[in-house]
Design a protein around this ligand. Structure first.
Ligand SMILES: Cc1cc2nc3c(=O)[nH]c(=O)nc-3n(C[C@H](O)[C@H](O)[C@H](O)COP(=O)(O)O)c2cc1C
Length: 278
């Protein structure tokens, strides 16, 4: 499976950029596995310390970069540019040798202002030139008025915003496929709406879906998993369930398997057992 690094440019706990990063990770196809990379623990770059290999956090971060093929970078805007934390991460990762190079990227900016962090987005793209990272050119994603986009569970519910993020992810998948893995692009596109992952046929008819509902105490319940016979025997139900599992992991939820397939899945995959509850 291809690993994709997810980097949010803000350090604060309730950062909108972290919530947007979660949404983007949730929209990735199953074959691209999100790895959340924390840049908050990186000391400011200082070449003197680097010469003597004195900062273990820098080495850990560089190894994390080495392990991913592509990046999703979500930046807030600070004074019309990106954050010091993200700029520092660019600098740290570019030294000893350039650990960013030859990767793909999706750059997304967000802001409570209408301008959606345009200045920060452009500054990140500028740094990616010299870091030799290839970003998705279009769609450009500047998420304005970000404070209005999330519901009480930190999920984006606005269909237009989800569509924009899915379009951006699709462009990222296409770019990633050109770089290495055509199999991702050729498998059916799983779409997302809150409480629902699904696949539409070319005629617009629903071909497969998994439905889950929020419960109290950070639990979700899977109530239905179904796959049309036209696309059976391709592991689709498995992929849909894995998408719900990733959703639960991202949002730190447990899952009640309340349909036959989900119960079968739990028995077959003891490695995920701690995520499931009665
Ligand atoms: C130092 C600082 C500078 C800021 N400058 C801008 C700015 O230039 N443009 C903008 O849209 N918002 C600006 N803001 C507001 C941020 O967009 C807002 O605090 C946002 O929530 C930060 O992103 P986060 O939620 O991901 O932490 C600034 C905030 C801080 C703390």
């Amino acid at each position: 499976m291809t690993q994709i690094g997810i980097i949010a440019g803000s350090l604060r706990k309730n950062a909108y950029s972290k919530k947007v990063a979660n949404e983007l990770a949730n929209l990735l196809p199953f074959q691209l596995n999100p790895i959340f990379i924390d840049i908050g623990q990186l000391p400011l770059y200082n070449a003197d310390l680097d010469a003597d290999n004195l900062v273990p956090a820098w080495e850990t971060f560089r190894h994390q970069l080495d392990d991913v093929a592509g990046l999703i970078i979500v930046t807030p805007e600070y004074n019309r540019g990106t954050t010091a934390a993200l700029k520092n991460a660019f600098d740290v990762g570019s030294k000893r040798h350039n650990h960013w190079k030859y990767k793909t990227a999706l750059v997304v900016s967000s802001s409570p202002e209408a301008t959606g962090g345009f200045g920060a987005n452009q500054q990140v793209r500028q740094a990616l030139v010299t870091l030799n990272v290839t970003p998705v050119q279009r769609p450009e994603v500047y998420l304005g008025n970000i404070s209005h986009l999330f519901n009480g569970q930190d999920l984006i519910t606005d269909p237009a915003a989800i569509t924009l993020l899915q379009t951006a992810i699709n462009a990222f998948v296409k770019l990633q496929a050109r770089f290495e893995i055509e199999s991702v692009e050729s498998s059916p596109l799983i779409r997302y709406e809150p409480g629902h992952f699904y696949i539409d046929g070319q005629d617009g008819n629903l071909l497969a879906e998994i439905i889950f509902h929020n419960q109290q105490n950070k639990r979700i319940v899977i109530t239905n998993t179904r796959v049309n016979e036209r696309i059976r025997s391709q592991g689709i139900a498995n992929q849909l369930t894995l998408r719900v599992i990733r959703f639960a992991q991202i949002h730190e939820l447990t899952i009640i398997p309340d349909c036959t397939y989900a119960q079968y899945f739990v028995k077959k995959h003891p490695e995920y057992q701690q995520l499931f509850t009665e």
